[in-house]
Each structure stands twice: as C-alpha cells, then as structure tokens.
Design a protein. Structure first.
Length: 276
C-alpha cells in the first residue's frame, strides 16, 4: 500500500521530519487482507517497522509493547511524560533492574524497553504461584538485610497477591500457555512423563492443571517409549552407543539405573536396552 507522511515514526511526532533535528525512526506498514477465515475482506492491518534492523528483526515489537502497556494501564501518559506504575517499578527493583519512574516522551520508554524487554518478559514466564514465591523470597531476603521493616514485610503478602492477580487478569501470566510450552520443550528433550510431572509440581503450577495435562499425555501409551528413544539418542546410550554390548552386565546395569532415575519405567528401559 502507498506510504504517506503520517505513516512515519519520528523522534518528535509533532514536528516535521528533518535529517538532523527530527529523524525518521521507522514507519507504519500496512497490508490488506483480501480473504480471511471469517469471510471479512479488505481488512487493513498496520504494524510498525524500525529502520536499520535486518535479518527478520525489523518489526518494532517494543513500540507495540508500549502501546499494550498504555492500554493495560501499566504506564500512563501525561502531556510529554510517560509514568510507570509503582507496582512495575517495585517489581523491577526487586529483581535488580533500575528503572526511572517516568520517561519524557514515548521514545524514552522505547529505548529502555529495547534494552530490557527480552530479559523482563522471559523472567516472568512462570506460573502464578512460582511468581508469588519468587517475590516472597525477595521480601524475606530484603527484610533480613534490613532493607525492609517488619511492617513492610507484613504488608507484602497482600501486595504480592494484588500484583499477581493484576498480571493474570491482564493475561500477562497465561498459566495454561506456559505449561503447554514447558511440556513441549521437555518432550522435545526426551523427558519421561513422570519427570515432567515432577518438574511441573516443582514449578508450582496449579494441581488441577498438572493432572489435566498429565492425563492428556497418558492417552498416548507409546509416548514414554518415544521419549526414551529420543533421550538415549541425545545421550548416546544403548543402541546409539557404538560400543554398546548387551552382554556387558556392568554397563547394562549402570545405563538401566540412569534411565530409571530419569523416571522411565523398568519394562520400557529393559526392552530398549536389550536391542543391539
């Protein structure tokens, strides 16, 4: 689609573009959807492009994140200033990330997010209970070191609950999506169903959600056999070890013990290791 001056993203969007005093940082690109699953046609979708980026990184995700932060009221705009909510500032400080409580203009916030967004978003890819647990440990640590008084410590539990509730209500913490991604990652590594369950319990996912996901995995009766094969292939165990000898009782027992510790059932392990 054609591009107009209003599509440019400038250092100061109230002034005309200038190569020196008001550079063009990027532009809004537009695509027209001619046909979609819901039969809507000619829908125009816009997305921001950051100039100077290459290799598939040109979509300006930080700008879109800022728009979401404004939409969900994690930051607020007042004139030329963008103010970060006290909750967000405190959470970042608790994790050793210093951030100003306000930025002059959207670009100030963009620059900050470019530096910290990957770390921040990956840091909170956890279950709600694990998120609350991390914050509670931080409070206890700061109380013991004298950074917090007893009153602040006693008030922290309620504050942490409010913060986690806000993250869940705004779909920042999507527990089912997080648990699905974690299970997919573990299966790709060749992890047994038993070990997956232990990891999900350790990471403090909701019990009903763990039971639901484990029961879904158990539907595939061959899943553990596939995972065992994948695990052994990665670790060069059993038939994937060029020196493997089923008659070497010492190596057989050692390998069998290792697989049992990984949560695989005895019969599955023995059947696999009996293969030349």
């Amino acid at each position: 689609m054609p591009r107009y001056k209003k599509d440019y993203i400038l250092e100061d969007d109230k002034k005309a573009p200038d190569r020196v005093s008001n550079k063009i940082l990027g532009q809004w690109s537009k695509v027209t959807v001619k046909k979609s699953p819901n039969e809507k046609t000619n829908v125009v979708i816009g997305y921001p492009i950051k100039r100077g980026r290459k290799n598939g990184t040109s979509i300006w995700k930080e700008l879109e994140i800022v728009d979401l932060l404004l939409q969900y009221e994690f930051v607020s705009k007042s004139g030329a200033w963008i103010k970060v909510s006290e909750e967000i500032v405190q959470q970042l400080k608790d994790n050793n990330i210093e951030i100003p409580d306000k930025f002059q203009g959207r670009n100030g916030l963009f620059n900050y997010l470019e530096e910290y967004s990957i770390y921040y978003l990956s840091r909170y890819s956890v279950s709600r209970k694990k998120f609350e647990y991390v914050l509670s440990r931080k409070v206890s640590k700061d109380f013991l070191s004298g950074k917090l008084c007893s009153k602040q410590k006693s008030e922290s539990e309620e504050i942490i609950k409010k913060i986690s509730s806000k993250f869940v209500s705004k779909n920042i913490i999507k527990e089912e999506l997080i648990i699905d991604n974690k299970i997919a990652y573990l299966l790709n590594k060749g992890t047994s169903i038993k070990k997956i369950e232990n990891i999900l319990v350790r990471d403090k996912f909701e019990k009903f959600l763990i039971n639901l996901k484990i029961n879904e995995l158990l539907i595939d009766v061959d899943l553990d056999s596939k995972s065992l094969d994948k695990f052994c292939k990665k670790k060069l165990l059993g038939k994937y070890n060029t020196r493997w000898d089923t008659k070497n009782e010492k190596n057989f027992t050692k390998t069998l013990s290792k697989l049992l510790r990984e949560g695989f059932k005895y019969e599955i392990c023995k059947n696999f290791l009996d293969q030349d």
